[in-house]
Write a protein of this length. Structure first.
Length: 180
């Protein structure tokens, strides 16, 4: 049964930084184990808080929260767990970007597998490029920052253009985590 819905949902992209270099310096079987261990830890953090990894990207993934009414606190908790993982991965570094926007979810690909469609999906992937350019390990869109944290808590990293989108958009870095 085909089910299509358009809702305001959370999107998260995580991406291993410097993966091309890493793939040239670490043997394939060892790299596969490292990446697999990282993805499993991220997957657990996301799924324990009602999110799902929708698409594996080789050196990263796209996750989303399929319920529009998910409390922002749960999403923030996920983000904080992933940021704690960023501290602990001595083998490589990874970047996180998060956005809250209007997404069409279509299960037409196959039953139980959802296709995420819409400009906001493209937006979150373009955000990842901005995060890389700014050397930010975690970047939030303005809508995500406003829903996840009280006003003034996040640090603005300025307004930036996104390829394929008109205008400039303000992005934010979340507050620092407490010391481990």
């Amino acid at each position: 049964m085909k089910d299509i819905k358009t809702e305001e949902l959370w999107l998260l992209v995580a991406d291993i930084m410097g993966f091309t270099t890493l793939s040239q310096t670490v043997p394939g079987d060892e790299l596969s184990k490292l990446v697999g261990k990282w993805i499993c830890a991220c997957k657990d953090a996301i799924e324990e808080r009602e999110g799902v990894i929708n698409n594996y990207l080789g050196d990263g993934f796209l996750a989303y929260w399929p319920k529009a009414d998910i409390p922002p606190e749960k999403v923030r908790e996920t983000l904080e767990v992933l940021r704690t993982l960023q501290r602990g991965t001595g083998d490589f570094s990874f970047r996180i970007v998060m956005h809250h926007g209007r997404i069409t979810v279509d299960n037409a690909v196959s039953e139980g597998e959802n296709s995420l469609i819409g400009p906001d999906v493209n937006y979150v992937f373009r955000m990842e490029k901005v995060a890389a350019e700014l050397k930010e390990s975690c970047l939030l869109s303005a809508p995500a920052a406003a829903l996840l944290y009280p006003a003034g808590v996040c640090r603005s990293v300025g307004r930036h253009s996104l390829r394929g989108f008109e205008g400039d958009f303000e992005f934010f870095a979340p507050p620092d985590l407490p010391p481990a």
